[in-house]
Design a binder for this molecule. Structure first.
Ligand SMILES: O=C(O)CCC(=O)C(=O)O
Length: 300
């Protein structure tokens, strides 16, 4: 697959699906060579887990991890920790698809890789990304770059259609943000969630307000997913400039177009993630405190 683009990477009907359901899968955004490069870069980063006794700013450890037999649940901020991921976030085919969904001015405001390893990869409880990082408008989404085939068996992402047009659900418990919805306390049919599947190199795009989660991976195949959080440049994080660290950093995070300093403000249901979680470091850590879990996680 060449990186030269002659056509739209995402079709009109696919854009309509994204707008109507709040998510869509687009195949073949990344080539087999891109995927090989990303897997090699990921191996380099996960190698840092050997010898660790606790989570770090780079690595979130799976339950069951030991310094001798490392288990990695998440790589934090891969785009700022390895040049390969920084480069892949700027691949023309990806920018072409993002432009169709969000417009020409695009900012990357975060990245992570959930490894969901064969046999033990942890579940992610139901949540809306919007509850973590509300913006001045909701032209914000997460790209899921499939580094492995994502199948019904290996803990695929699950999304509830049309939930991106609904309320923002409570993600607090006992007055603190816990990063998960209480499945016993919201009128949603979680069993109706759609499985997001595809072959390695495909990407899912889910709207920032879409309700989503995933079960643990009890299969024999890994499910590594690179998540790129992308916003239209005129959507500004309501948590303030601290979310970008500095103006210079904010500028560096632009993927395409120009940044500007005029937020577009659209009325949406917003809840702020404050007071913050009692367990920090990753969504996995915050969610361990959630009393009512939906996904049976044998690693708990
Ligand atoms: O990796 C997954 O299945 C879910 C990812 C997700 O929603 C998150 O990490 O915020």
């Amino acid at each position: 697959m060449s990186n030269r683009i002659t056509d739209n990477v995402i079709s009109g009907p696919q854009v309509d699906t994204y707008r109507e359901k709040g998510f869509v899968v687009v195949e073949d955004i990344f080539s087999a060579d891109d995927i090989e490069q990303m897997r090699a870069a990921l191996d380099e980063l996960t190698a840092c887990a050997k010898g660790l006794t606790d989570h770090t700013n780079l690595i979130d450890l799976e339950p069951g991890h030991t310094p001798e037999v490392p288990r990695v649940r998440r790589i934090k901020d891969p785009c700022n920790n390895h040049p390969v991921f920084q480069e892949m976030a700027r691949r023309p085919r990806l920018i072409n698809a993002l432009t169709a969904l969000l417009g020409p001015d695009l900012r990357l405001h975060g990245s992570k890789i959930n490894l969901k390893s064969a046999d033990h990869g942890s579940a992610v409880e139901w949540h809306q990304d919007w509850a973590f990082y509300p913006h001045t408008n909701d032209d914000v989404l997460a790209v899921g770059v499939m580094l492995d085939d994502m199948t019904p068996e290996n803990g695929p992402l699950l999304c509830l259609a049309d939930s991106h047009r609904g309320p923002t659900y409570d993600h607090h418990q006992d007055g603190h943000f816990v990063g998960a919805m209480d499945p016993t306390n919201c009128a949603l049919e979680f069993s109706q969630a759609e499985m997001i599947t595809g072959s390695a190199g495909s990407c899912s795009f889910h709207h920032v307000r879409a309700v989503h989660g995933s079960a643990s991976n009890t299969s024999t195949r890994d499910r590594r997913l690179l998540l790129l959080q992308v916003a239209a440049a005129d959507a500004w994080d309501l948590r303030g400039m601290e979310a970008y660290a500095s103006w210079e950093n904010h500028e560096k995070m632009m993927l395409a177009g120009s940044a500007g300093n005029q937020p577009r403000i659209v009325e949406t249901p917003v809840r702020l993630p404050y007071p913050g979680p009692l367990k920090t470091g990753s969504i996995y850590e915050s969610q361990t405190l959630a009393r009512n879990k939906y996904f049976a996680d044998k690693t708990d």
